[in-house]
Unconditional design. Structure first.
Length: 92
């Protein structure tokens, strides 16, 4: 079974724990985002994980404020066709 699809079958907390390593650590202090609960200075969550069960794709977005249209950092990772590798696209 493909790696991303396997991870996406975990609980939300487990998925976020794994996928958070794809966020550059320097973003957390720079934008005052808590690295474990992902809340920013506005009191809202600044990090969004889109990784539904059974989906071979995960998208992680970091925004200064959840109402912002554009993220300050975004990465999409997906299973490759041969299921032995992953492909990623950094959108920042």
């Amino acid at each position: 079974m493909a790696w991303i699809r396997r991870i996406n079958q975990l609980t939300e907390k487990e998925k976020e724990g794994i996928y958070r390593i794809l966020i550059p650590p320097e973003l957390f202090p720079h934008f005052k985002i808590h690295p474990l609960n992902f809340f920013g200075p506005s009191g809202d969550r600044s990090v969004r994980f889109y990784c539904p069960k059974e989906d071979p794709v995960a998208l992680i977005e970091v925004k200064r404020d959840p109402a912002d249209v554009d993220p300050i950092y975004s990465i999409q990772i997906s299973d490759a066709m041969d299921f032995t590798m992953c492909e990623w696209t950094s959108l920042s």
